[in-house]
Design a protein around this ligand. Sequence first.
Ligand SMILES: Nc1ncnc2c1ncn2[C@@H]1O[C@H](COP(=O)(O)OP(=O)(O)OP(=O)(O)O)[C@@H](O)[C@H]1O
Length: 329
Amino acid sequence: MISLTDVHVVHRARTGGLFSRDRVHALTGADLTVAAGETVGVVGESGCGKSTLAKVLVGLQRPTSGTLSFRGQDVWAMPESRRRPLLGASVGMVFQDPSTALNRRLPIRQILRDPLTVHGRPGRDARVAELLDLVGLPASSADLLPGQLSGGQRQRVAIARALALEPALLIADEPTSALDVSVRAQILNLLLDLKERFGLAMVFVSHDIQTVRRMSDRVVTMYLGRIVEETPALAVPHRARHPYTRALFSATPGLLSPINPIPLGGAVPSATRPPSGCPFRTRCWKADARCASSMPGPTGTGGHLFRCHHPVPEGATDVELINQAMESS
Ligand SMILES: Nc1ncnc2c1ncn2[C@@H]1O[C@H](COP(=O)(O)OP(=O)(O)OP(=O)(O)O)[C@@H](O)[C@H]1O
């Protein structure tokens, strides 16, 4: 339904002196397809490009190069008069923090009516009532301001707004991380329920790997602006083949590692000066000269793709990987 082909996003950012601007490589060579009804989870450390990927998919960030296609049409080749209504009606987005995502001065009714008005949809009041019901809020919430709702209720309004135009795809960027732990499960269950009910496709971005596994059919791992692995959700963590995916999952308590996480050397390099070749090579226990000279192309089958010159052997246990990493350090 929606796909990215060789998408790059480069920002110009002031990182040093007053007049010096560096190129920040937020997304590099991203290829991704999301099929109708499927949920793709996106994981990776802070700053790896998850939100940039989400913004590109929803049309909020124009790629510096590469193609965003929706149902086979090149979105950025269209005139704005076609692009905006197409993406606006077809792709909904739920942001991390509903307190900042909703206009504090507008009543909920207005917040939910706005997209309907912009897209010229009839029966707006009836639709507002329907949307509130869909997300489990009483009809009386329509007259309240966002500040009169709890965080969880505000996120329900944000979800209702994202669904107002019956999109085929919902992008959820850390939709529960700003919420109290006690309401997180309710919001996740609501998203799962809505997805099931409407056959929505979803891109679910989160730091919380356990949640991503639970919500997704497929898990995409990102590192320093690159998609390094796509894995069927049931295959992670044990069958992941990229060393970084294994290291990331091994650092999740209770998920995999019987002892310690796989130790990685150093820190994530700056996105202004990503390493040549494979971006993970500076921290990878398997890296050699080949990794410095070229980024491997995707290999794998059956919906499992990884970009690595030295993938983890099939069936390798975490303990074996920990030992290898410790020996090479
Ligand atoms: N508007 C911008 N101008 C300059 N650099 C940016 C801009 N937006 C993002 N970046 C940089 O691009 C890289 C990717 O950022 P992004 O927000 O996509 O990462 P992320 O994985 O979503 O991080 P987090 O999990 O912390 O939200 C980071 O190095 C970030 O600092």
